[in-house]
Design a binder for this molecule. Structure first.
Ligand SMILES: Cc1cc2nc3c(=O)[nH]c(=O)nc-3n(C[C@H](O)[C@H](O)[C@H](O)COP(=O)(O)OP(=O)(O)OC[C@H]3O[C@@H](n4cnc5c(N)ncnc54)[C@H](O)[C@@H]3O)c2cc1C
Length: 373
């Protein structure tokens, strides 16, 4: 039997598994519990396998923790291009916009070409940029993370919890839990966060071997991630390690939990992405795109953005008579929870940097010395 863990990670998405591996590498004994585990679930509220998936920081304030998290992730993913090119690969990306763009829009890139209409931008756009960035194969990357967790002997159990309190006793008594429950954070007793909401994403998986460059309509995406009502985002993301597969997007449907997209939505995605890159069906129309499937995932979003923070609490906090916890005997025990949720549409982009921040907070919990994130 494995020894009792120091930390339990609640959640086995890209955030929970990246954190579990980082804690293990830092010398913590760790275990994972999640209602969905890699490879055994197609639930729409298990966001990670449905991601596009590109690395691209939309933040331009280089002093913000989120930007730093993103860039640390970018640096570490670049190493994987050499070891796992089937999971992470460089691609050029064309970003187009209705308003002027500059190198400052992508401070993390060192090869930005600034473009205007005279460079022949698609879709009637007047401005654009091109630079290199990383594309990931999200479903395969999730299987890879699951294999890494198992290979390191980290216990991982499939279980749905009603309360954060239950996580302190799944593997024997522990004092520290990481709440990486994604959309689950909306209703997790003891840690329920009313700012968490779903932003549904519909994508089309297509085969288009002539597409060699990713593409996105930049101003819509930026505004979408900042929140609020926007026209649907448009993007084309080649998927590494496949026979010319591309992910075509998309939608950002706030508070929409339906797994069934309309034909109108799917056709709109095909039309908008074809206008961005006619190599999706060379010589044809949007109707000639070779569609392999339509996917739906719920982005675990949060009104005030990502939450990566240590909270000191007592077991039983936040529980009511109507929502009792499973660990009544433990009620009142002082424990810690590190929240790591609210990643919305950027979980892969921030994942490894967020995992490093969680390790720093776990050390703070253990030693009392404040972490510097
Ligand atoms: C269409 C689409 C395109 C996207 N494209 C990109 C992209 O290009 N780049 C990018 O970075 N991101 C992208 N994203 C966003 C990305 O998928 C998410 O940000 C990321 O997956 C969030 O990871 P997570 O681990 O927080 O949540 P999840 O992957 O949802 O994992 C949550 C975990 O918590 C568990 N859990 C929840 N509640 C409970 C409970 N009560 N008890 C036990 N376990 C529980 C779940 O079972 C699961 O294991 C996209 C998302 C969608 C839908």
């Amino acid at each position: 039997m494995s020894p009792k863990p120091d930390v339990v990670v609640l959640g086995a998405g890209v955030i929970g598994l990246s954190i579990a591996l980082e804690l293990d590498a830092a010398g913590f004994r760790v275990a994972v519990v999640g209602k969905d585990l890699p490879g055994d679930s197609n639930a729409v509220d298990y966001a990670s396998p449905w991601a596009g998936c590109l690395w691209f920081s939309y933040d331009t304030d280089t002093t913000k923790p989120v930007y730093k998290r993103d860039v640390r992730t970018f640096q570490r993913l670049q190493e994987m291009v050499h070891t796992r090119p089937d999971l992470v690969q460089w691609y050029p990306i064309l970003s187009v916009s209705g308003s002027p763009m500059s190198k400052d829009d992508h401070p993390w890139a060192d090869d930005v070409k600034v473009l205007t209409a005279k460079d022949g931008l698609p879709g009637g756009f007047a401005y654009g940029t091109e630079c290199q960035t990383l594309m990931m194969n999200a479903p395969q990357y999730m299987l890879y993370l699951g294999e890494q967790v198992r290979a390191r002997g980290i216990p991982m159990v499939k279980k749905r919890l009603n309360s954060v309190d239950e996580a302190y006793s799944v593997f024997g008594k522990v004092d520290l839990v990481v709440n990486a429950s994604g959309l689950g954070a909306q209703a997790l007793v003891g840690a329920a966060d009313p700012a968490v909401y779903s932003a549904r994403g519909v994508t089309v998986l297509a085969r288009a071997p002539k597409v060699t460059r990713a593409g996105q309509v930049m101003d819509v995406l930026k505004a979408t991630f900042a929140g609020g009502e926007q026209p649907p985002p448009t993007y084309i993301l080649p998927r590494p390690g496949t026979d010319g597969h591309v992910v075509l997007g998309g939608t950002y449907d706030a508070e929409n939990y339906s797994p069934l997209p309309s034909t109108e939505i799917v056709e709109g995605i095909l039309q908008r992405t074809f206008a961005l890159d006619s190599n999706l069906a060379p010589g044809g129309t949007w109707r000639d795109i070779e569609v392999l499937g339509v996917n739906v995932g719920l982005r675990p979003s949060r009104k005030n953005g990502q939450r990566v923070e240590l909270e000191h609490r007592r077991i039983g906090d936040g529980a009511t008579a109507a929502t009792p916890t499973a660990s009544l005997a433990d009620r009142g025990r002082s424990v810690g929870v590190i929240h790591a949720y609210g990643f919305g549409g950027v979980g892969f982009i921030s994942s490894l940097g967020a995992a490093e921040d969680v390790v720093a907070l776990a050390k703070e919990f253990k030693t009392g010395a404040p972490a510097r994130l």
